[in-house]
Design a protein around this ligand. Structure first.
Ligand SMILES: [Zn+2]
Length: 308
């Protein structure tokens, strides 16, 4: 069986990386390619770079254009309008101010884009019907899979967990509200909070390592970050009733101790409406999750049972 027959391409145009995944019709990985980029690059440049990478993969025989059934593209900080996804034969509208034509010119077949975090959730959500996927990184993002389908919302911007207030008296967020989760547990502020408590760490990885070694300040930071996360997660789980929660992104390096306050807060809230079982976990850091999920979306949209 040749997995290249009926393969899908996934592309992530992330803040700091471009990744490409090719997935066979059965969901198995065929090839992937990753390039680190400067976070200052504009989306138009990222599209050009990704098209170059695709061209090279085709030249090297790693992508066979005739076998590609469709392409999914995950784009950082952009959200597809739901009405642009409801088409049959029509072409989806491109992200505002940018054309995806350079990618259309190197890849045959239909193409669909959406937010990269949503598509990364698809990489985890395929076995899980009701998933809440939370990324703790430079900011806080989340994606919701419900009944096996991505929740996009009426305006295309569902899932902004980072802008749920966890402290109404807290600092003003760029969104205009006060005490948003994201203004506390973004990477830079977590490092600043550690410095404020008496010890500077060069990175989240170093802080995580110190916590694992029992460093008191590092442990207090992990506990504080978990408490902040818990305040938002109780609300989110009451509303969504996920069967599975996956915490990803740089702060997931804090591991299981980050989840302790979350588990405690949810256990404290005994909602006697029926049994509630939530499978909580921390995802290992996976740089190709966004492009893997984008390929999975393309497969689930365009794959047909292969003719026998
Ligand atoms: Zn906000």
């Amino acid at each position: 069986m040749n997995p290249n027959a009926g393969a899908a391409v996934g592309i992530e145009l992330g803040r700091r990386r471009i990744s490409i995944s090719v997935t066979g019709f059965d969901g198995s990985p065929v090839t992937n390619e990753l390039r680190e980029i400067s976070s200052s690059l504009g989306l138009e440049t990222k599209v050009e770079l990704a098209a170059d990478m695709i061209r090279q993969l085709i030249d090297a025989g790693r992508i066979k254009p005739e076998a590609i059934i469709g392409t999914g593209i995950g784009i950082a900080s952009r959200h597809a309008n739901p009405s642009s996804l409801s088409d049959g034969a029509e072409r989806q509208l491109d992200p505002q101010g940018v054309t995806l034509d350079p990618l259309r010119s190197v890849l045959p077949g239909p193409l669909l884009w959406d937010n990269n975090i949503r598509l990364a959730a698809m990489a985890y959500g395929r076995d899980s019907e009701d998933l809440l996927y939370v990324v703790l990184s430079a900011g806080v993002s989340s994606a919701i899979v419900t009944n096996g389908t991505l929740l996009r919302g009426g305006n295309g911007i569902a899932g902004e967990l980072g802008h749920i207030s966890v402290d109404f008296g807290g600092p003003q967020c760029w969104c205009g509200r006060h005490g948003c989760l994201e203004s506390f547990i973004n990477e830079a502020n977590v490092l600043a909070e550690a410095a404020h408590r008496g010890q500077s760490f060069p990175s989240i990885a170093a802080l995580a390592e110190a916590a694992a070694d029992g460093n008191g300040i590092a442990l207090s930071i992990v506990d504080w970050a978990g408490e902040m996360l818990a305040r938002a997660m109780v609300g989110a789980t009451v509303l969504l009733d996920p069967s599975r929660v996956v915490i990803a992104g740089e702060l997931s390096q804090f591991g299981e101790p980050l989840l302790t306050p979350v588990r405690r807060a949810i256990a404290e809230q005994r909602l006697d409406l029926g049994p509630r079982v939530i499978d909580f976990g921390v995802a290992p850091f996976a740089p190709t999750a966004g492009s893997d999920g984008a390929a999975h979306m393309a497969l689930s949209r365009w794959a047909r049972t292969p003719a026998s």
